[in-house]
Design a protein. Structure first.
Lengths: 223, 196
């Protein structure tokens, strides 16, 4: 559900709008995205003047926390609105946590404002390839029962590859590659596993509408 | 808490990822958007920030610094024991961000019996030759936003993620020096000594 906002300039009218959106949010059980011109700031540093309309921003704060919205941070800029010497950040985008989790790569970017007071904002999902990713040891691997024995076997192979007393760095580097493979073979692709589990939960839930579940099935349907 | 509450953990992790993500940044008056430009700009900015200053350093000859005794200097240079190295490793937090090779101190502690001799040899060779083996002195620089909505490189705080082996060496040095600091630091600078 996307809510486009063009808020009025008076505090009273804005309060009514916040209430209206809050009602909408709870009426539809969809994760909301709320974006547009809110004509209000949350913090003093979002205005070039530094002066905050306290009552207006307090009710804006309240509205955001009531609706459980999380803001998309504006990338690379502070302000979105310009007139004369004053600059504000009144155009913004929020979404519920669920939405943010579903689309974690979304980011809010500012584009030139042209003739308008407002800058163009674009909520976009850049699929950027940042290139090579370094190896990271995951501490939870240590809790796997076969970690130590597997590691010892892999290590003694590496010792044969790089004999000598001063080859620790080389050995660790090759161990990184080996542990990556070990992780894949032991834990597998977590994303595929997650989808599998979600699918089986849905199947069980559908089944439970038709006939009662066994105790074990009930347990696994709760994930 | 994070381990027991996956939903909460995922939310905070992805929110942090969003906060730390750089999709656009201002550098030398132009806005960098493509990943290649951002990469290049980052390297530019921080390599000039970390450059050695060209100005001459002040020399401090002829000042009456206090010296440590002969006995203590021999004690400082005594051969390293495995127990000391182990102590240094155990003094380090296992869940801190790892260096460029990706291994954490939790890893070192868990597999200590298997790799301890290798680590010992490497550290010992440093104390003998005062040279670090190639690959240990390199580090990753991570950018932490200083404020909300950072728009320039100066809005980021660079943090160096150094190699765990480098940390072991540094820890060993600091443990050793701690014992002689009281002799060389004057009374009015005792704030720099732990426990004084």
């Amino acid at each position: 559900m996307i809510v486009g906002v063009y808020a009025a300039s008076s505090v009273k009218e804005r309060d009514d709008l916040w209430e209206e959106i809050t009602t909408l949010k709870f009426a539809f059980e969809l994760p909301p995205v709320v974006l547009g011109d809110f004509n209000e700031t949350l913090h003093a540093h979002e205005k070039s003047s530094g002066h905050l309309n306290l009552s207006g921003s307090t009710s804006f704060h309240k509205f955001i926390s009531n609706c459980e919205l999380v803001e998309f941070n504006l990338q690379g800029h502070r302000f979105t609105w310009f007139r004369g010497d004053s600059m504000n950040c009144i155009d913004r985008a929020f979404a519920s946590l669920d939405f943010q989790l579903q689309f974690p790569s979304l980011s809010l970017c500012r584009y030139p404002r042209g003739m308008s007071d407002h800058c163009q904002l674009l909520l976009q999902s850049p699929e950027v390839d940042w290139g090579w990713k370094p190896f990271r040891f995951i501490n939870c691997w240590l809790s796997h029962p076969s970690f130590l024995t597997d590691f010892e076997a892999l290590w003694s192979d590496s010792c044969k590859e790089f004999p000598g007393e001063f080859s620790l760095i080389k050995k660790l580097r090759i161990m990184g590659k080996k542990l990556r493979q070990w992780n894949k073979s032991i834990f597998g692709d977590q994303n595929i596993k997650l989808v599998d589990i979600q699918n089986s939960i849905t199947t069980l839930k559908n089944l439970s509408e038709v006939c009662p579940l066994f105790e074990t099935e009930k347990k696994s349907s709760k994930g | 808490m994070g381990d027991k509450n996956p939903h909460f953990f995922h939310i905070s992790a992805s929110l942090r990822k969003g906060r730390n993500y750089i999709s656009k940044i201002e550098h030398n008056g132009s806005h960098l958007v493509s990943s290649n430009d951002i990469k290049e700009g980052t390297v530019n900015f921080f390599s000039s920030l970390f450059r050695k200053p060209t100005c001459k350093r002040i020399e401090m000859r002829g000042l009456g610094f206090s010296k440590i005794s002969e006995a203590k200097s021999i004690w400082l240079e005594r051969p390293l024991s495995m127990e000391e190295v182990k102590q240094a490793v155990w003094d380090c937090d296992g869940s801190k961000a790892p260096g460029p090779d990706g291994f954490t101190f939790s890893f070192y502690k868990k597999v200590w019996n298997i790799i301890s001799l290798d680590v010992f040899m490497l550290v010992k060779s440093f104390f003998k030759t005062s040279k670090l083996t190639k690959g240990i002195s390199s580090f990753f620089v991570t950018l932490i936003p200083k404020s909300k909505g950072p728009s320039r490189f100066s809005h980021f705080h660079p943090i160096s993620l150094i190699h765990e082996l480098y940390k072991i060496v540094a820890k060993l040095l600091s443990i050793k020096l701690r014992h002689v600091l009281t002799d060389v630091i004057s009374v009015n600078q005792s704030i720099f000594i732990a426990g004084c």
